[in-house]
Design a binder for this molecule. Sequence first.
Ligand SMILES: C[S@@+](CC[C@H](N)C(=O)[O-])C[C@H]1O[C@@H](n2cnc3c(N)ncnc32)[C@H](O)[C@@H]1O
Length: 220
Amino acid sequence: MVKIKNRLNSLVKYVNIADKVMDVGCDHALLDIYLVQEGIQDKVYVCDVNPNALENGKKNIEENDMVGKVIPILGFGIEKTASLDIDTLIISGMGSNSIIEIISSPLLSKIYKLVLQSNTNHYDLRKYLTKLGFNIFDEEIIRDGKKEYVNIVAVRDYVIKTYSEKEYLFGPVLIKNKKNLEYFEKLKSEYEDLYYRNRNEKHEEGLKYLEEIVNDLKSS
Ligand SMILES: C[S@@+](CC[C@H](N)C(=O)[O-])C[C@H]1O[C@@H](n2cnc3c(N)ncnc32)[C@H](O)[C@@H]1O
């Protein structure tokens, strides 16, 4: 059995046996080997744009007897998926701009679920997901060493929800979960510092939302 970091383990619960998965930017492919070893998937496609990273994945696939079950593909994003039977993407351990670049492909039309983990610019990612016709189904904050990631699970839907600016900025699911009170208190003091130093409108608005979020979570 492979061991995977907590950051990767936090994604496992979003994947079901019925999903037909590709992990984009797989690198080591450990999450995908784990999904098959645990019986959560029979077969997973994995891809990476960097041949050296994919070699890393291939080595782990061979060492763990996963040839034919975890299937490596060299390519940028989902460009090589036209003939593949997939409906779910995992994209983890990268920034939102890279994720947006990957999901902007026309081949996204056959994807119904996106399991994303980003450490930057979640506002733009949430906005882009809505533009593509996905609703935000779940969110979670994950710490990995000094980095903080947000898991965002988005599902394609007929009725597209509209979110407020506060929700795009701080997460429609995150702001309702009392578990995140400490996270938002810390963010609020960071925004206070930024606002008192720069006095710009963006930080003023963010600070106003954060005060509301912290008050709501405290009284929930
Ligand atoms: C930091 S690693 C994350 C690996 C793994 N997903 C994880 O969460 O531990 C990011 C990987 O994504 C790959 N990558 C970045 N942009 C990509 C793209 N557009 N298409 C495919 N792979 C990409 C990089 O080559 C790298 O191996």
